[in-house]
Write a protein that binds this ligand. Structure first.
Ligand code: GDP
Length: 447
């Protein structure tokens, strides 16, 4: 997402680089280019106008032209203005004082509500809550079933009308779910409502009725970012017909332009709370305006990366592995340690996503998209085919052992050789680096 915008902004800033002073004409030209970049990204016209006007004002009043590094100063201002239009502060769920907290999902059919219900449940669980999913989408015959599948994957219970009772009343189901949550001590209730293909009065009324019946603590408007400017119009209609507290953007993975994301919070005056960027349950995150802005400016998303690492890395295990690697006692760090580190890394998501969050990687988009997860699967399969002794000490891997491992992993012997050689080389390199950095044990001999 935001690829075109990132590229255009990068080109604009590149054109400025090296200028020790910026004239009024430079500022005007920059503002013009940024205006075009935003319009091309499908950002709402009113938002673009405001953005550019603020940018110009600030560039003049904050004396950018006289600053030591005027380009950096402009990047800083663009960043701050992006954060502003994206909603400024982070805002997530506000929990009710007396549980259960009720979250209602509303939006068009296909927006990703049901998928989101699962993602939200999983996220809530990781935050220590016990969510109950409620199937109040009784319009589509398959919707209850779909929610049940999603719930199962997220490990969350689903409250739904008994099958065979005919089409139930979604309002009654929603109401009953609150009692169920109170009885069984679920502290968050997520009500999935029926979608509509277009803005349809009857279904809009139904959502409004469910809302009145369960008085949600948070009503989330779920919208597919790929529909661009229509997202803004749909949001306006839902705000009028149902009313909501926050926005969830889905399918950001498919939206190269990002105009919806960059317009909706400003136009509607409601925060974007969460973002979905894939079909998997893990492809979901709290929306951070500041991080999104720095991602657009290709400063990378180090904060997200650090947070994910903290969540998914077993600190103790990682510390032990690092100690082994830096011990300088030669080859204590074996393939088994390597495997467990790699698996922890993979828990953070596909490699292409992890690398995509590193700063400066915007230039390497194509290579990153081509990272072959299958190659990584192959490496895992090879290590799995080894005995613990072999993983600990690759020196014992003679020809017949290598042939057995290759067979077990379904690869060629040359693949096994390749992995072992690359591992030994990498370990050597890391150990000598650890030595240079004053790692415990004084590093490799001769350093
Ligand atoms: P609902 O009608 O609003 O409940 O929408 P669904 O949850 O059924 O989602 C509609 C389709 O969009 C499904 O095929 C989902 O797998 C897909 N989907 C949902 N969220 C995302 C996302 O963030 N990225 C992508 N690529 N697909 C998504």
């Amino acid at each position: 997402m935001f690829d075109t915008l990132s590229d255009r902004l990068a080109a604009t800033f590149k054109g400025l680089r090296g200028k020790g002073r910026l004239t009024d004409a430079d500022i005007d030209a920059t503002a013009r280019e940024i205006r075009i970049a935003l319009l091309e990204a499908d950002v709402n016209l009113a938002v673009v106008k405001e953005f550019v006007a603020n940018l110009k004002d600030r560039c003049r009043s904050e004396e950018v032209s006289g600053a030591l590094n005027p380009t950096q100063q402009i990047i800083k201002i663009v960043n701050e203005e992006l954060v502003n239009i994206l909603g400024g502060e982070d805002r997530t769920i506000r929990y009710a004082k007396t549980p259960p907290t009720v979250i209602m999902l509303a939006g068009l059919q296909g927006a990703g509500k049901t998928t989101l219900a699962g993602k939200l449940a999983m996220w809530l669980k990781s935050e220590g809550h016990s969510p109950l999913l409620v199937a109040a989408d009784l319009q589509r015959p398959n919707a209850v079933n779909q929610l049940q599948i999603v719930g199962q994957r997220a490990g969350a219970h689903v409250f739904a009308p008994e099958p065979g009772n005919g089409i139930g009343d979604p309002i009654a189901v929603a109401r009953a779910s609150i009692l169920e949550a109170q009885r069984k001590l679920y502290d968050v209730v997520i009500v999935d409502t029926a979608g509509r293909l277009g803005i349809d009065e009857t279904l809009m009324q139904q959502a409004a009725d469910i809302k009145a019946a369960v008085t949600p603590d948070e009503t989330l408007f779920v919208v597919d970012a790929m529909i661009g400017q229509d997202a803004v119009n749909t949001a306006l209609a839902f705000e009028e017909g149902v009313g909501f507290d926050g926005v969830v953007l889905t399918k950001l993975d498919g939206d190269a332009r990002g105009g919806a994301a960059l317009s909706i919070a400003r136009v509607i005056g409601k925060p974007i709370m969460f973002a979905s960027n894939g079909e998997g349950l893990k492809d979901f995150d709290v929306f951070h305006p500041d991080r999104m802005a720095s991602r657009i400016l290709d400063m990378g998303d180090m904060l997200t990366l650090i947070e994910q690492a903290e969540k998914h890395f077993d600190q103790e295990q990682s510390r032990k592995a690092a100690e082994k690697l830096m011990s300088g006692k030669g080859n204590e760090f074996g393939l088994g340690d390597f495997l467990s580190q790699m698996q922890q890394l993979r828990k953070m998501g596909p490699m292409s996503k992890i690398f995509g969050m590193l700063p400066g990687m915007g230039q390497m988009k194509d290579q990153i998209a081509n990272i072959d997860e299958k190659e990584i699967d192959r490496i895992e399969a090879i290590i799995y085919s080894m005995t613990p002794a072999e993983r600990d000490d690759v020196a014992i891997l003679n020809g017949s052992r290598r042939a057995r491992i290759a067979k077990g992993a379904g690869v060629e012997v040359s693949d096994v050789n390749n992995l072992v050689n690359r591992f030994v080389e990498a370990r050597k390199m890391m150990q000598s680096m650890a030595g240079m950095m004053g790692g415990k044990g004084g590093g490799m001999p001769g350093m």
